[in-house]
Design a protein around this ligand. Sequence first.
Ligand code: SAM
Ligand code: SF4
Length: 355
Amino acid sequence: MTAVPVVLRSAAPARAAAAMPVDGPLVDTHGRVHRDLRISLTDRCSLRCTYCMPEQGNEWLARSSILSVDEIVEVAEVAASLGITTFRLTGGEPLLRTDIAEIVARLAALRGPDGPVEIAMTTNGIRLPELLPDLVAAGLRRLNISIDTIRRDRFAALTRRDRLDDVLAGIAAAAASGLRPLKLNAVALRDVNDDELVDLVAFAVEAGAEMRFIEQMPLDAGHTWDRATMVPREEILAALSRRWELTPVPGRGGAPAETWLLDGGPRRVGVIASVTAPFCGACDRLRLTADGQLRNCLFSIAEYDLVPALRSGTGPRATAIEERLRACVWGKLPGHAINDPSFLQPPRGMNAIGG
Ligand code: SAM
Ligand code: SF4
């Protein structure tokens, strides 16, 4: 059984396809050059966060559809040659892949026109204590660990698994490693952790990490997101301002997070306000799902199928992969339109898209 019953697998709009470049970097019709490829390694996870996955009844991707390490590297090699400089491994939970160290090592060996690529990962941290030394040796350079609450009862309710101690051990392992900057992510949730924002920042500061709060997005498998109850950027900043003086850090570039110095620095906090302060104008990201679909936006309902290029065995594969990458980027819309009344939530949940 596959996880995605109905997904459009469209080509780029005809209007755009006519002028799609055949060389140079991955650029869209709005001039945005793409440098960041997020690779989802699996839709499976050791947690069941309420804003991401259903408690049960998830329709998993068929194991035969999950890209192998060779297939992932084949796509990444072409992407690096077209100017992708950062590969962020995500999921689902990327550390559930038994071949994760090999994936990191083979991706870290890639070079683009401007030099070596950088390998980053977003994880729930649960398997970090056992895996981190091998991952660092393999070439992992940056880590984001998700932790929405540091209260055990809340954590168990929110993730539907009593595993806070494992996540804390993962954060401790990351803090003890040389990987910096270390970032912690929390989705701000009404009546769940919105009274804990200051405590989470203090916890991150203690761990030598930067806390980043994410506005909840309409990407949960249950389609229960409600704009009226989400915790917006302004409310997050108001809560933090009661404890620290916040000074904006300029030079955000294409980064999703706005950052502020805490009491003049050097410690920082970030906010990713995809809903109330979208940052699509500078977006340089595209995504590869675990089953080989390229996506040019988290909220896109169109996907660009790489599987024929990877598995049909006809024609030069690198050329076919490049064409799909270019078409995916060329077909990108100016923005995500969450705030438009016509917005439709994508059929896949966040765990199957890759956050
Ligand atoms: N399992 C890993 C983790 O939790 O870090 C990686 C995958 S997870 C989908 C990536 C990020 O997406 C996490 O920081 C998670 O909190 C965030 N996320 C998931 N669903 C979300 C939603 N509906 N709104 C905002 N962020 C979400
Ligand atoms: Fe798993 Fe990450 Fe989704 Fe939580 S947010 S259920 S840890 S994939």
